[in-house]
Unconditional design. Structure first.
Length: 289
């Protein structure tokens, strides 16, 4: 039913502490999308919810209060520890239906949909912070499955490449460009994912709604934002420096490290605010209201 897929690279484990650290920012960013997702769910009334790239299950837990509670869940991830965490958290969030853990990647989605749609179940597919990690063939396969089986997709928190730190710094663009280059390694879509998803969905006759879900972080607002900003800056510079080294720009890699030192000094002093742009895509299923 789906287009031929390019096998994923061996997936890098995503640290559970990072997923937990970002959950509060994710929830705040998605506050404005809740009613649109609720309308989509109410119209579609899913019997089964499939969470692709489940992680710790934050997306499932966010969605659970919008549902009836007796839906079956299928959690798909390549990390067995994360699957266990997600399943127990989903149960604690009030899910009463069966929970199936699929230790697999995106390539199993067609089989999962076929199993449930063959029995005429209504299915909702959700993802969170996944699309930018996909290659074009993988994204094409995902949207082929959505179109072929006639199921709606809620793809939350796809990064779009926009980010701004206040106050600004002369090397912001250097770090931004290098980080985006790192995100596109292995033919992954990175910050182009949301635009490509929209174009590919519309080419298949699927309606699309794009709802902005930016992270708005301020280190003066509390320790949790400060911890997340510190982790974001450190991880981004690690990726940016790796990319600059990869292309032979050792001076640039050193500049990125100096940029990080300045940013961390500012974070510890007067503080920083940070905006990172994301988008929620509601695809198919009339997209809510």
């Amino acid at each position: 039913m789906a287009a031929e897929r390019t096998p994923m690279d061996a997936p890098r484990p995503i640290p559970e502490d990072w997923l937990s650290l970002r959950e509060g920012a994710d929830a705040r960013a998605r506050a404005g999308t809740r009613e649109s997702v609720r309308a989509l769910v109410a119209r579609h009334r899913p019997d089964v919810v499939v969470d692709v790239g489940t992680g710790t299950g934050a997306g499932s837990r966010w969605s659970a209060p919008l549902l009836d509670g007796d839906e079956q869940w299928v959690l798909i991830d390549h990390d067995p520890a994360l699957l266990r965490t997600a399943a127990s958290g989903l149960r604690a969030a009030g899910a009463r239906g069966g929970i199936t853990e699929e230790l697999a990647d995106l390539s199993c989605l067609s089989r999962v949909l076929d199993e449930h749609r063959r029995g005429d179940a209504s299915v909702l597919v959700i993802t969170s912070a996944l699309l930018d990690l996909l290659t074009e063939p993988q994204l094409t396969g995902l949207l082929d499955d959505v179109a072929s089986y006639g199921v709606p997709l809620v793809a939350a928190l796809t990064v779009t490449g926009g980010w701004r730190i206040d106050p600004d710094d002369p090397e912001d663009d250097l770090v931004r460009r290098a980080f985006d280059g790192h995100q596109r390694r292995g033919d992954r879509l990175g910050p182009q994912a949301a635009d490509r998803a929209r174009a590919l969905a519309e080419a298949r006759g699927l309606p699309v709604r794009a709802l902005p879900t930016p992270w708005l972080l301020d280190s003066t607002a509390g320790a949790r934002d400060s911890s997340l900003i510190r982790r974001l800056l450190t991880d981004r510079v690690e990726a940016a420096a790796e990319e600059l080294d990869h292309v032979g720009d050792r001076d640039g890699a050193e500049q990125a490290q100096r940029w990080l030192a300045r940013r961390l000094d500012r974070l510890a002093g007067d503080g920083l605010s940070l905006r990172i742009d994301h988008v929620d895509l509601l695809i198919g299923g009339a997209c809510g209201t």
